[in-house]
Design a protein. Structure first.
Length: 133
């Protein structure tokens, strides 16, 4: 597959071609990833919170501030994202006994199960599908 065939265009130079190719590939991967998330009723920031909670499970429960510091999108409203995940029963949120202004968040078994199912796409699953064709 050539990028020229995919976008049906020409390039000014090799740098421009590489930049367009990188952008095109990134958009293709993102689209597949977002489709898979939507199939499970998740938005990308929600997936990111679940990933953080799973990765730091040994330190759980985590504060909203701790999660926000590790988000890929630093402008995310973590409190609202956590609210949505609580409604879906993928996380628990409780008042911190030491500071009632803070909330402590922990991933639930259904949240872990969603991440562990391998239903969310990875590069290896894309490669395996390509090799089978």
């Amino acid at each position: 597959m050539k990028i020229e065939d995919e976008i049906k265009g020409r390039f000014r130079n090799e740098y421009h071609k590489g930049l367009v190719n990188l952008t095109y590939t990134s958009k293709q991967l993102s689209f597949k990833f977002y489709q898979s998330l939507r199939k499970h009723g998740l938005a990308e920031p929600q997936y990111n919170v679940l990933r953080i909670l799973r990765g730091f499970r040994s330190e759980a429960p985590l504060s909203i501030c701790f999660i926000k510091e590790r988000m890929l999108d630093k402008d995310s409203d973590v409190s609202r994202i956590v609210d949505r995940l609580v409604q879906k029963r993928l996380v628990n949120r409780v008042e911190n006994p030491e500071d009632r202004r803070q909330k402590s968040v922990n991933i639930t078994e259904p949240g872990l199960a969603l991440l562990e199912k391998n239903t969310l796409p990875t590069l290896s699953t894309r490669r395996n599908k390509k090799n089978r064709s």
